[in-house]
Design a binder for this molecule. Structure first.
Ligand code: SF4
Ligand code: SF4
Length: 167
């Protein structure tokens, strides 16, 4: 009975954690998510490409012709590229839902004079969120089934105890 009491106490108590991805926390001030390039500002000086500590920036072409591929799976979100850019062409966004099962989806291309090409999760990180919500659904179902089994078992024990005491 003590176990049921403890279980029910925790079931109705407000959890200390958030039910991500159903609930999301606002990023803290100064949070560094995915960097994005404003190609209209870029002068092709190569500083971001040279300074990136994890080789996450691929530069194609030189000077005013330069274009970029950002490898999200290599990026450590240090913000060094944005810091070093003399024209403030790079901005650290609050985008952190970047997970994907496919490596090719982890590459974002920044081109000149045209729409930016993005492989992989869309701007809202849909792929990652969907995968996470599917697994969260599965976890919730598993938890509910487990809870039901424990409660049934507890009540069975209670029944047999009361039968013994009645006998
Ligand atoms: S945030 Fe850091 S690791 Fe990521 S691309 Fe910029 S310099 Fe490289
Ligand atoms: S540091 Fe800025 S201006 Fe220089 S190549 Fe990178 S994005 Fe362009």
């Amino acid at each position: 009975m003590a176990m049921v009491r403890e279980l029910l106490k925790h079931v109705f108590r407000k959890p200390a954690t958030l039910r991500y991805p159903f609930e999301k926390r606002e990023p803290f001030q100064g949070f560094r998510g995915r960097p994005v390039w404003d190609m209209d500002r870029c002068v092709g000086c190569e500083l971001c490409f040279r300074d990136c500590p994890s080789g996450a920036i691929e530069m194609i072409g030189k000077g005013s012709e330069a274009e970029f591929k950002h490898h999200i799976d290599r990026c450590v979100f240090c913000g060094q590229c944005a810091e070093v850019c003399p024209t403030k062409a790079i901005m650290m966004t609050e985008d952190y839902e970047l997970a994907s099962y496919d490596k090719i989806e982890m590459i974002v291309e920044f081109k000149r004079g045209g729409p930016r090409v993005r492989h992989g999760p869309n701007e809202e990180g849909e792929t990652a969120s969907r995968a996470l919500s599917l697994s969260a659904d599965g976890n919730r179902e598993a938890f509910n089934s487990l809870l039901l089994v424990i409660l049934r078992w507890e009540f069975l024990c209670l029944d047999s105890d009361s039968l013994k005491s009645a006998g």
